[in-house]
Structures are given as structure tokens and as C-alpha cells.
Design a protein around this ligand. Structure first.
Ligand code: BGC
Length: 513
């Protein structure tokens, strides 16, 4: 009697998931987009009143730092190609363009002095053009960006960063808030603080691993919260936008089924993503982080107190609840094990877990990762603000990238459909090739190829751009040449019809007996 029921459910599932790719249509309001950032793509490093940021200064003084000895002085020349780029985003049918504002264009003195009207006009023009073309700007205030003048005062090690960043953010909200409704304060604080103040793989002056990345993170969280509160009180009532922090983390699974490895994987996640997400949702750092660092500092290193700074009760209250959307940048998945290899002092050593990359693991890992984030952070709405696939192959036929994208989209669709996750959108990194912060121009991540030998940095969309524009237009992730949503894929339907049919058939079968 149960056979018809089971058979019909199986038939339903098999027609919907004919392969392992979930090709059900994405909702029409899903925000498909692409990402860039000011420093990595704009070029024009010293034009129209802009002063050096930490990267300009650092790379001019350390020309060997990047393997191909490059810098971002010209890069993709985006500062001079606003119209072309808006047309490019439009031609790809994208609904969101994620980029950032260059702090030293807006405030050449870093904090003091009058805002630079040329820069304000430049960004006003960009955001207005996007809106006129029905493209939503998603704007980061500091994407690995800090005025060199403020770095001389310690940058994120100086608690005045809260005041400096708030002043700068106010100018941006005041001038661009009419067009910009999605704001991000900082990009990837984990990468920024470890890279610039701990290990030194990003632009830096001096580093002090195990201490300064935590000081940076502590001040950064306070600066984020101050800007969120300022927006909430002064701007949200009229501008009605959102302010969020962009977290960077990878999915991690235990290497074996041992309890120790399971704990190592969980610990890794709580350290990496919890460092910045936990305070925003629960008020303080994750307790495993507080305890581990305290234990290592006092019991192993013989210090009097933990290297991780503490928030006061008032600060905990002030920081909690200051994230409107969970912006997630994610590229990789790893195995974690409890094998403790002593690493150089610093954040990675404090985690006490060993990780190894699972090639292309994020293509399936993004789904359990989204579930983990929802479970840990109040069932939040998520926007994937960065994800993509880099290669040293500059060619236009990037089928490997299409394959990667299709798998990721399928997993995201599963999250939404099967796990009931709210995923608002996805902005691919990156719209075109540019200066990659650790690799220069060798690493190609763009949907669009850029001829860096041509004066105007000619843009040529790759195969993946055509694929992606079709995804955004139809909501379907299949790589066929279909023309519209109806012929490309089917909308998801709960197997209710199959269930009703199965019940009817079961009743009929019963009656016949
Ligand atoms: C950053 C980007 C970077 C990208 C690719 C992310 O960590 O936000 O600035 O270019 O990864 O490496």
C-alpha cells in the first residue's frame, strides 16, 4: 500500500533534481550582482586631491612585496570609466554593484579638513547612474582602506579610529545616502586585522602577532557599532537603509569522526567567524576564544592577563544588535583536526586546530555553512557578498569558473529551498580582473577580462560573464542557451500534488482489496 506513495515522491524528486544540480528557479527578487573595491580597481591614486592610503604608501616603498612587483596606481582605471562600467553591469543584467568609497578621496587629510567636493561629485555620479539603470549600489566604507596620514597615528591600534571613522561615515551617509541603501562598514575584519597588524600579509608598518590583531579587532568593532548607531539615530528614519559588517570565513568540517576533531572544527569556526559576528549578535567574543587565549596567555606564556582585550558591560550592550544583514565573503572549505602543531604566535596558533584545504569544497560546503551561521546567529538573513574562483589563466573560455558557479548556486538554492534559509543575494568577486591584494595582476578573478596593456584598460566579458548574465536574467542556473525563465528551469513546488495523488492511489488500492 505504501508503494504508490513512495514511487510518486521519488518520481517528483527525480524530475526536480535530475542531476545533483538543483535547477529550480531562484526567486525573481534575488539580488544577483558583482563586486569590486576602490583601492583594487579605481587607479587614479593621486588624482583630483586624493592622498595616499596605506596601500599606496606601502607598495611605493616596498615595490617587491607583491610577487609580480605591481601596485594599484592605475589598475583597472575604474575611476575614469564610470559610464563604461555601469553599462557593463547593466549589460550583464545584474541588479547589484558592490564597491567601496576611497577614504582619502573624500577626506584627503584623513580626519581633519574639508571634504573633497570633486570626490563627492564623483561617487554621487556613480551611485546616481547605477540607480538610473536599476542597479542597487552596495557600498563598503573601508575595504582594506585607511588614510596613510591616520596610519601614522597607529591606525586601528589607536582608539581614535572610532571618531575618525564616524566622521568619515557621516560625510558618506550625508552625501550618498539618498541613493545608497545598503552600507557595509568594513570588509573582512579578520583578514584586515591579521593581515595588517598581526602577520603582515597586507599593507602594514609594524606587526605584533598575538596582540595587535586583537587590538585592531577590538577598535574596529567599536567603530562599526558607533557608525551603526549613528546611522540608526540620524539617517535611518529618512534614508531607510541598512548597515552591516562584511565577515570573511571558510567552512570547516572535522577531519575524522573523533570528538576532538569535531571540537577542533567548531572551535575554528567560532574563532574565525565568531571573532566579529559573535559580538554583533551576542555582545561579546565567543567564550571558547576568550578562554583559549586567556589560558594560553597565562598558563603557557606566563603573562598576568589575556592578550585578548575585554569589552566593558556598557560596550557589550552597545555592540550587540548592530548588524542588519549577515554579509558573508567565503571562498574555501577545510578539514580541521585536533593535531596541535605549534604555529608562530598569533591568531592561528591561538585556535589550536590544524586545517587543510578541501579542493572546491565550498561548492557544497556553502550549504552547511549557511545553516551553521543561522543556527549560531539568530536565524539571520544572509547575503553572499563575495565568492568566486581565481586562476592564473587569463583566457576568455573560463568553463572551470562556470562549473564552480553552477555548483555554488545549486547549493545556495538547496539552502533556501530545503533548509529554509533566507539568502538575499550574491555578488560575485569580481566584476573584472584587478589588483589582487596578495597576488597583484597574476591572479585573475574577473567575470570580465581586462587588457592591462591597453591605455583605456579594454574590458572583454569572459564566457562566465555570459553565463552569469543569463542566471541573473532568468533565475535559472543551467548552462543552456534557453531564452526565458519558463524554458530554462522550473519554479520550486512543494511535492504536495504527488502526496495527494499518492493518498488517492493508496485509497484506491485499499478499496480494491
Ligand atoms: C577580499 C578581496 C580580495 C578577494 C580575492 C577577499 O578576501 O575582500 O579584496 O581581492 O578576497 O582574494
Amino acid at each position: 500500500m505504501t508503494y504508490p506513495f513512495v514511487i510518486l515522491i521519488l518520481v517528483h524528486l527525480s524530475t526536480n533534481v535530475a542531476t545533483s544540480i538543483n535547477n529550480h528557479r531562484f526567486p525573481s527578487d534575488f539580488l544577483w550582482g558583482a563586486s569590486t573595491s576602490a583601492f583594487q580597481f579605481e587607479g587614479a591614486w593621486n588624482e583630483d586631491g586624493k592622498t595616499p592610503n596605506v596601500w599606496d604608501y606601502f607598495l611605493h616603498n616596498r615595490p617587491d612585496f607583491i610577487p609580480d612587483k605591481s601596485n594599484a596606481d592605475v589598475s583597472a582605471n575604474a575611476y575614469h570609466m564610470v559610464k563604461t562600467d555601469v553599462e557593463l553591469v547593466k549589460s550583464l543584467n545584474l541588479k547589484v554593484f558592490r564597491t567601496s568609497v576611497a577614504w582619502t578621496r573624500i577626506l584627503p587629510q584623513g580626519n581633519e579638513g574639508k571634504p573633497n567636493q570633486i570626490a563627492i561629485n564623483h561617487y554621487k555620479n556613480l551611485f546616481r547612474l547605477l540607480k538610473e539603470n536599476n542597479i542597487e549600489p552596495l557600498v563598503t566604507l573601508s575595504h582594506f582602506d585607511l588614510p596613510q596620514k591616520l596610519s601614522l597615528y597607529g591606525g586601528f591600534l589607536n582608539s581614535s579610529i572610532v571618531e575618525w571613522f564616524t566622521n568619515y561615515a557621516r560625510i558618506c551617509f550625508d552625501n550618498f545616502g539618498e541613493d545608497v541603501k545598503q552600507w557595509a562598514t568594513f570588509n573582512e575584519p579578520y583578514i584586515w586585522c591579521v593581515g595588517a597588524y598581526g602577520v603582515g600579509f597586507l599593507a602594514h608598518s609594524k606587526t605584533n602577532p598575538g596582540f595587535w590583531e586583537y587590538t585592531c579587532g577590538h577598535n574596529l568593532l567599536k567603530a562599526h557599532a558607533a557608525v551603526w548607531h549613528m546611522y540608526d539615530e540620524e539617517f535611518r528614519p529618512t534614508q531607510k537603509g541598512t548597515v552591516s559588517l562584511t565577515n570573511a570565513a571558510d567552512w570547516v568540517v572535522p577531519k575524522t569522526s573523533s570528538i576532538e576533531d569535531k571540537e577542533a572544527a567548531e572551535r575554528h569556526l567560532l574563532f574565525r567567524i565568531g571573532w566579529f559576528a559573535h559580538p554583533l549578535y551576542h555582545g561579546n567574543y565567543p567564550s571558547v576564544m576568550i578562554e583559549n587565549i586567556k589560558n594560553i596567555s597565562i598558563n603557557e606564556e606566563g603573562r598576568n592577563s589575556s592578550r585578548l582585550p575585554e569589552f566593558t558591560k556598557e560596550e557589550i550592550k552597545y555592540i550587540k544588535g548592530t548588524n542588519d544583514i549577515f554579509y558573508l565573503n567565503t571562498y574555501f572549505a577545510h578539514y580541521a583536526s585536533n593535531v596541535i602543531t605549534k604555529l608562530p604566535p598569533g591568531f592561528d596558533n591561538d585556535i589550536r586546530a590544524t586545517i587543510e584545504e578541501i579542493p572546491n569544497g565550498i561548492t557544497w560546503g556553502i550549504r552547511p555553512f549557511i545553516s551553521w551561521i543561522r543556527k549560531n546567529f539568530n536565524n539571520v538573513s544572509i547575503m553572499i557578498t563575495e565568492n568566486g574562483k581565481g586562476s592564473t589563466d587569463a583566457g576568455l573560455q573560463d568553463h572551470y569558473r562556470i562549473d564552480f558557479m553552477q555548483k555554488i548556486f545549486s547549493s545556495i538554492r538547496d539552502s533556501m529551498e530545503i533548509d529554509n534559509a533566507t539568502v538575499l543575494g550574491y555578488t560575485f568577486w569580481s566584476l573584472y580582473d584587478g589588483f589582487e591584494v596578495q597576488y597583484g595582476y597574476k591572479m585573475k578573478m574577473g567575470l570580465t577580462y581586462i587588457d592591462f596593456n591597453s591605455n583605456n584598460r579594454t574590458r572583454i566579458p569572459r564566457q562566465s560573464a555570459y553565463y552569469y548574465s543569463n542566471v541573473s536574467r532568468t533565475g535559472c542556473i543551467s548552462n543552456s542557451t534557453c531564452v526565458d525563465a519558463a524554458s530554462c528551469c522550473r519554479a520550486y513546488s512543494f511535492p504536495i500534488l504527488s502526496i495527494i495523488m499518492a493518498i488517492i492511489m493508496a485509497v484506491l488500492t485499499l478499496c480494491r482489496c
